[in-house]
Every structure is written in C-alpha cells, then in structure tokens.
Design a protein around this ligand. Structure first.
Ligand code: IMP
Length: 197
C-alpha cells in the first residue's frame, strides 16, 4: 500500500490531523492541490454521497487512491439542520462566524435541555476512481449548542458546541484532546483499523 494517497481537501488543519492519525499506515497523505485537482461540487444529499463524490474526483484526476471526508453539525431542534449544509448555512459566501450567529439566532427560544446536537463525519477511502467497494467510516460526537460562543481553538461551530464530558466548548479543548474525542478523530481511527486489516 506504499505510495501517495490523495486527500480530497486543501484544508491544512484536516491534512495535519489526518497525517497524524493515519501515520501507522505505510502511505503518505498528499493534498489534492499538489496535483492541481479542482474542487468538485458537493451535490449529494448525504454526507456519504458528498465524500464519495470528492474522493472519486480526486482519484480520477490523479490515478491514485484518495481519501475524502464530509462532515457537519446536526441539531435536533432544527430537525437535523444545518447537516450537509453546515459550511454554507448562512449562504455560499457566509463565514464561520455568520454560520454560528445564524445557528444561535435559530435556537434563540430553545431551552438548554432541547439544544442537543452532534457532529457527524463520514470518511471514504477509494482505491481508484471506479472502486465499487469504497471503505466508509463514520464518527459521531454528541453535545449541545450553547447560547453564546466560548473559546478560541478549532473552527466552524466549535465555540458553540458544548462537550458534556469536559464541561466546556470544543473551542476550549486543546487540539489533541479535540482530535481524540471528535467525530473526525473517531472516523479516522476506524479507517486505520479497516485499512490495516
Ligand atoms: P466539510 O466537511 O469541510 O465540508 O465541513 C463542513 C462544515 O461542518 C464545516 O465548515 C464546519 O462548519 C462544520 N464542522 C465540521 N467539523 C467541525 C468541527 O470539528 N468543528 C466545528 N465545525 C465543524
């Protein structure tokens, strides 16, 4: 399995996290930008469809195996929104801050015990673009949406995602602690086990 595997993302935070967690495997993770792979439209209606679209596109463009993840936040009081639209909740040009403000606004009348939510992460590994049996791993991280932001680590909805076991927001966790608990960390650990076997 030695050689390069393409990461279908140019997010440097994700790249670092994946390289660290996937280091027991004998292949190097290289971001798709290094091979001039363009971004693909995320037209799927589920996390897994979007992850497959991204991995297939990167594998097709490079002729190499590819890994893609798709993730987002599901809020029970909003019937699962923002879900697959988490990155674009406040519009396609919206920032993380605008997404977070919109979320707090939508939940303004919702009491604490009804603010349950979870991050979901789907990771897909495709051996080649036509791989009919991609390796698919899922991680889920349960929490609650705070009424105002706390902490300065992380990104996205981290400042409003309360982590019950640690009594703080995920933006208040040290990055290593977040990686050990998070939806993405869990999905990546499953991927290591699946690819090792
Ligand atoms: P994508 O998987 O890069 O498409 O990310 C989807 C969106 O979900 C991000 O832009 C964030 O808004 C949100 N999200 C996913 N994972 C996290 C996380 O670990 N912390 C905070 N927000 C996240």
């Amino acid at each position: 399995m030695a050689g390069n595997t393409i990461l279908a993302s140019n997010n440097s935070g994700k790249l670092r996290e994946m390289q660290q967690i996937l280091s027991p495997l004998d292949f190097a993770i290289v971001p798709q930008g290094k091979y001039d792979v363009t971004e693909v439209d995320e037209t799927g209606l589920t996390f897994v469809e979007n992850a497959i679209l991204k991995a297939r596109h990167a594998a097709d463009a490079t002729g190499l195996p590819a890994i893609a993840d798709d993730s987002g936040l599901e809020v029970d009081a909003l019937h699962g929104a923002p879900g697959i639209y988490s990155a674009r909740y406040a519009g396609s040009d919206g920032t993380d801050q605008q997404n977070l403000e919109k979320l707090l606004q939508q939940l303004i009348d919702i009491p604490e015990d009804m603010r349950t939510a979870r991050f979901q992460c789907l990771i897909v590994y495709m051996r080649h673009a036509l791989d009919p049996t991609p390796v698919i791993c899922q991680g889920t991280w349960e929490g609650r949406i705070l009424t105002s932001p706390r902490g300065s680590h992380g990104f996205g909805y981290d400042p409003v995602f309360y982590v019950p076991g640690h009594d703080c927001s995920s933006a208040e966790l040290a990055p290593e602690t977040k990686n050990a608990l998070s939806h993405r960390g869990q999905a990546l650990k499953k991927l290591v086990l699946a690819l090792k076997s």
